[in-house]
Design a protein around this ligand. Sequence first.
Ligand code: ADP
Ligand code: ADP
Length: 223
Amino acid sequence: MLELNDLRHVYGDGTVALDGVSLSIPVGMFGLLGPNGAGKSSLMRTIATLQTPTSGSIRFDGIDLLADPARLRQVLGYLPQDFGVYPRVTAYDLLDHMAVLKGITVKADRRQTVETLLDRVNLWDVRKRAVAGFSGGMRQRFGIAQALIGSPRLIIVDEPTAGLDPEERNRFHGLLAEIGENVVVILSTHIVEDVADLCPRMAVLAAGRILLDGAPQELIGAM
Ligand code: ADP
Ligand code: ADP
C-alpha cells in the first residue's frame, strides 16, 4: 500500500503543481487521470523522489520513502514520460548495464534477470538489435523491462501509450495487467480508455488537487 499524505509542490517560479494530494493506493493497477498541466508528471516525479515535495509525506508499506532513499530504489520501478534517449547499443547490453546500476553485480544473476525480462516483454528475438532503431511500442516494452529490474513492488508508468498504434497499445495493456496482479502499478495518463480498461481504482487530478477517487465505472459517468 502506497500512502500519499498532503503532498504539496511549489516550483521555483511560484507555480503550485501539487496542492495537497492525499491518496491510498493498494496493490493492483491504479489510474491517475488528468488533463495536461494537472500535475501528473510532478506527482510521478515526486513519488519517484526525483523531486522533493515542498511538504507532505510518502509511505510504502509503512516505510517513509522520503527519509529512506536507498529503500526507495529497492522498491521502485519507474518508466518516465520522457524515457526516450536511446543509445546505439543492443537491447540486451542496455538492460544488462541498467541491471548493474540497479545493484545486480553477479554476472550469472544478471543474465538470468535480463533473459527473463526480455522474454517477458516479448523482445527476446530482437535482443541483439540497437534500441535506437526500435518502434514506439518496442521502446515502451523495453521501458517496462528496465522498470522491472530487481522485482520492484511499486511501479510508476507516466503517459505510456502516447503515440502507440492500437495493436501495440493492447499489447502494452496486457503486459501492465499481468504486472499489476502482484504489485502497485500507477498509470498516469490523460486517456480515459486506458484507465477504464485496466484499473479497478483511479483518481482524477486537476490543478494539483484530487477531484475524485474511486472505481472507474462509478467515476467516469460523473466526469
Ligand atoms: P501534467 O503532467 O499533468 O501535464 P505537470 O506536472 O507537468 O502536469 O505540470 C503541472 C504544472 O506545473 C503545470 O502548470 C506546469 O507548467 C508546471 N511545471 C511543471 N514542471 C515545472 C517546472 N520544472 N518548473 C515550473 N513549473 C513547472
Ligand atoms: P507534460 O506533458 O507532463 O505536461 P510538460 O511538457 O509540462 O510535461 O513538461 C516537460 C518538461 O518541462 C518537464 O521536465 C517539466 O518539468 C518542464 N516544465 C514544464 N512546465 C515548465 C515550466 N512552466 N517551467 C519550467 N519547466 C517546465
